[in-house]
Design a protein around this ligand. Structure first.
Ligand SMILES: Cc1cc2nc3c(=O)[nH]c(=O)nc-3n(C[C@H](O)[C@H](O)[C@H](O)COP(=O)(O)OP(=O)(O)OC[C@H]3O[C@@H](n4cnc5c(N)ncnc54)[C@H](O)[C@@H]3O)c2cc1C
Length: 488
């Protein structure tokens, strides 16, 4: 579709659009608009949020001749894409890597001449992670016979996290990513816990293969396995189509939203925290905390529901969509970046990576794509209950607790890990968590309502994506709302 939008069709659309705008102007706007409109900035479209979805919708609409204003609460663009450019190698605090089948991300990167790095050379290093259970470091060659290994006999040599992915992949009824929204699959809108229990697996195994370093949900009971089937179908379809490479942008993934923002005719308006949206028959008004007010024919709202639920929308959103806004949850995740003062892994002869069920979560060495032996920094992924626990501490205490827990497991790291950056996505008020996750029963109940247009308000964001995940899901949703507005 993005190809279509950049082709001759777009020229026709732009001409029609300009004609419409001229006719509209000739009819003397001032004579019939409500008084609040006369005094204020007017655009064709206001986009709330300068993350990938908002900026992509703005890019498409501007290409089609629309006047677009982007309002961003933060002082930077990117939202949940955030690269640490002050740390060697520009490690990612948000959107980390994407597949070679992320068509829209790749298309926009090519358009703005962004170099993409193939991460294939470092993936084998990433997969080597030392397992730590209850503070005991267990080498992979000891794992199969370890008393804590409750995996089925034939799979005992497998790392715990690989087991669930394999089980789901082998039993996934959803063959195309969008299939998760098909009512015939709603029977799978049950918890991961129930799905595993139905197959005879016990709590001990569920804790080992799902609840440790949880990627979706708070625990296996509050996440729908149908959502995980979507995640799995998305990944499998990418590799079935031959897209097996992982990529990231040279200079950090943040260059992608930055390039889209720089291309806009009208600069992104920063520090504009929207607190109210009103929609009328053919106009909408957006108010910000600083008292500024903007109007447009359409509003695109890219806010995660965890943030949107605190915004005053008038008339209010009703029914299942309102239920979704109030109840769709966001993943708890904190990211800690540390730089090693010396290569401690050479001293203890183990992989630098750790996969633990303790406070240090998952610790991954960031390597150079061209010289994978070189480790610049580490990213420590702290998810679910770990993130929640750390969020109850002040930042210094949280960072020191994580580092201390690593030092206790692995004495070679003592006084070697220097913290450089720490970010709690849940405590950040403009994200209030990370990717949306669906609890049991939510997909069948309000899955098809989340992205509904409400008056002149169009909702996008990764949580409204149907066929793609993560960064590409955000782009898919930005494209959808742009198309909605163009009336295609
Ligand atoms: C740790 C982490 C790792 C990830 N890893 C990957 C990965 O490897 N691959 C992948 O594909 N995806 C990954 N993702 C997910 C991906 O980054 C997101 O899905 C995507 O960036 C979301 O984009 P969005 O436009 O939907 O939302 P956002 O980026 O959240 O954009 C919303 C914007 O709205 C702004 N905003 C909020 N409140 C207001 C307000 N009141 N007024 C005005 N503006 C407001 C925010 O500041 C933000 O800029 C990861 C995310 C995180 C955090």
């Amino acid at each position: 579709m993005s190809k279509l939008l950049h082709s001759g069709v777009s020229a026709i659309l732009s001409t029609d659009r300009r004609t419409t705008l001229k006719t509209f102007a000739a009819a003397s706007i001032a004579s019939f608009l409500p008084s609040y409109v006369k005094a204020r900035n007017h655009s064709d479209v206001i986009v709330i949020g300068a993350g990938l979805s908002g900026l992509y919708s703005a890019t498409i609409l501007q290409d089609e001749g629309y006047k677009v204003t982007v309002l961003e609460a933060d002082s930077r663009v990117g939202g949940r894409v955030l690269s640490q450019t002050n740390i060697p190698g520009n490690p990612e605090t948000g959107g980390t890597a994407f597949g070679s089948g992320y068509a829209r991300i790749i298309d926009i990167s090519n358009r703005f001449n962004i170099k993409l790095n193939d991460l294939s050379p470092i993936l084998p290093y990433f997969r080597k992670q030392e397992l730590v259970l209850d503070d005991e470091l267990i080498r992979m060659n000891e794992w199969a016979d370890h008393p804590k290994n409750v995996l089925p006999e034939a799979m005992k040599a497998m790392p715990p996290n690989a087991f669930f992915h394999q089980l789901l992949g082998n039993n996934n009824p959803i063959k195309t990513p969008g299939g998760w929204m098909n009512p015939k699959h709603f029977m799978h809108d049950i918890s991961v816990h129930d799905w595993l229990t139905q197959q005879g697996y016990k709590q001990e195994l569920i804790d080992l293969v799902y609840n440790m370093n949880i990627t979706h949900g708070y625990n296996a009971k509050d996440v729908s396995v149908l959502m995980l089937m979507f995640v799995n179908a998305f990944a499998s379809s990418q590799s079935r189509l031959g897209f097996r490479t992982s990529l990231s942008a040279e200079g950090g993934n943040m260059v992608i939203p930055e390039a889209m923002a720089n291309n806009l005719d009208q600069q992104v308006h920063f520090n504009k925290s929207v607190n109210a949206i009103e929609t009328y028959s053919n106009k909408a008004k957006v108010s910000c905390e600083d008292g500024s007010v903007y109007e447009a024919d359409h509003v695109i709202c890219s806010l995660p529901f965890s943030v949107l639920k605190n915004i005053d929308i008038r008339p209010s959103v009703q029914g299942l969509q309102a239920e979704a806004i109030n109840n769709l949850r966001s993943q708890k995740i904190n990211m800690l970046h540390v730089v090693p003062k010396s290569p401690f892994w050479e001293n203890d002869g183990m992989s630098p990576n750790l996969y633990t069920n303790g406070l240090s979560g998952m610790m991954i060495a960031n390597r150079h794509v061209n010289t994978p032996d070189q480790v610049d920094s580490f990213t420590i992924w702290l998810r679910g209950p770990i993130a929640e626990k750390l969020d109850r501490m002040n930042q210094r205490e949280a960072i020191l607790s994580v580092i201390k827990s690593i030092e206790e497991i692995r004495p070679s790291t003592k006084n070697v890990l220097e913290p450089f950056a720490y970010h709690s996505w849940s405590l950040s008020r403009f994200s209030n968590g990370d990717w949306a996750y669906w609890s049991p029963g939510q997909i069948s109940k309000f899955g098809s309502s989340v992205g509904n247009q409400h008056g002149q308000i169009h909702f996008c964001g990764e949580h409204t994506a149907v066929s793609n995940r993560g960064m590409e899901g955000a782009m898919e949703s930005g494209e959808r709302v742009a198309i909605e507005i163009m009336g295609l």
